[in-house]
Design a protein around this ligand. Sequence first.
Ligand code: ADP
Ligand code: MG
Length: 509
Amino acid sequence: MEKEYAISMRGITKRFGQVVANDRIDLDVRWGEILALLGENGSGKTTLMNMLSGIYQPDDGEIYVNGEPVYIQDPKDAFEHGIGMIHQHYKLIEVFTAAQNIILGLDGEKMDLRQTNRKVREICQRYGFDIDPEMKVYDMSVSQKQTVEIIKVLYRGANILILDEPTAVLTPQESVRLFQILRNMKADGKAIIIITHKLHEVMDVSDCVAVLRKGEYVSTVRTADTNPQALTEMMVGHAVTLNIDRPRYPKPEKKLIVQNLSVVDGEGIRRLDDVSFTAYTGEILGIAGISGSGQKELLEAMTGLMATEPGSSVRIVEGAKETELIGMSPMKIRRSGVGMAFVPEDRLGMGLVGSMGMTGNMMLRSWRKGRGIFVKKKEPKELADKILSELEVVTPGTDYSVRKLSGGNVQKVLVGREIAIQPQVLLTAYAVRGLDINTSYTIYRLLTEQKMKGVAVVYVGEDLDVLIELCDRILVLCAGRVSGIVDGRSATKEEIGLLMTHAGREDER
Ligand SMILES: Nc1ncnc2c1ncn2[C@@H]1O[C@H](COP(=O)(O)OP(=O)(O)O)[C@@H](O)[C@H]1O
Ligand SMILES: [Mg+2]
């Protein structure tokens, strides 16, 4: 193997029981290069990287580091070969300082804190990190915690860095800063592998892109020679259309009025603070924010799943009539014309009955219809068929137990059902989480169709590029408050990013 390669993987195979997570994968990363590892959810990216970081061992195949064959037994072993991985979930101890976390697990002789602080400062200076080694983790933002994780592997001398979806928890500005640091490391000769779903980031930061599909290696291309469309087609294995039309609805009217909505959780922490906004017919109102900024509480409060503070009001408008939803059960709220398609971690947790087929689940929803929900009446079977064909649900039939479908397919049924019954207000959260890009675009088009039928669509999303492309207006949440509402057609990611971190807020009380 050539020494210009920091890492070469050959014929790597990894099985978990029946699942072949990695099937004879080849991968090369050069020194001084940033490689983006791309693939849909479940395509085997994390598994492949976990074999470099010593968490798993391959069932078959060879790994070479700097041209030499290696056997990586555990994470410590990986460090000895210069490989450090920053995982999706951080493992820091909250009551420790940055420096204490950084040396955690190292031999006693290296435990001189003063020396550690000095070395940490050196690393910061060299690559452009901005962190105080004596800061306690509980005082840190997510981005600062990530910084500590990165310094931790650099401190151990890693010259091959693997980052698993590092930007998922960052604002656009923080991502830009991280990319600058990655470029500095690259200039220093390090090899970097970054997993990200955001194609514009891939185009922005990487030198090469390796694509996996369903556990198999597709190919590696130079970033300069490719584009998002081509990469998507490599990921999904067929042609795709990646664009969203954003037609304007002729006569928007007030449909959902939210006023002074506040929520205090079981621990007495104020999770939503005086949130007010109006959603109109014929618009998609996006909700943006760093994860955990109150999105979940907002949805739960609006749908009767979470108690609200006195003075909170959520009203649905029908002509001259306004109906207060606060105090109603989730079922009654649905009957008042509110469709809810939330995609939590456990997709079956949200309103589908696993043992029933698609048709059964459609019936379940239609039985509960009340006055005025349906613009059009549709037979459950017809609905199930429509969803099956439009969203390409992979199932032996509409009577096949939903529980036995794969996660992505369950989600299509969930979203499809709420869309198909044509509510007045459609609340969606993470509607495309875990779906392939092509299906995601199908969902965006269906939501837009709903909007043009006069539905007020609320779309809680994670991807700012999509929010900006899809939504008519975008409301930004920061620490449980509305930090701004911007026009989707003119907003920039930078502007939304500032609002996400509060910096754009001027009416501070
Ligand atoms: N520890 C495990 N046990 C069983 N199956 C696993 C395990 N880790 C991953 N898998 C399976 O391997 C496949 C690839 O998963 P993963 O590497 O996490 O994909 P990605 O990171 O690309 O989303 C998936 O089908 C996943 O369910
Ligand atoms: Mg993964």
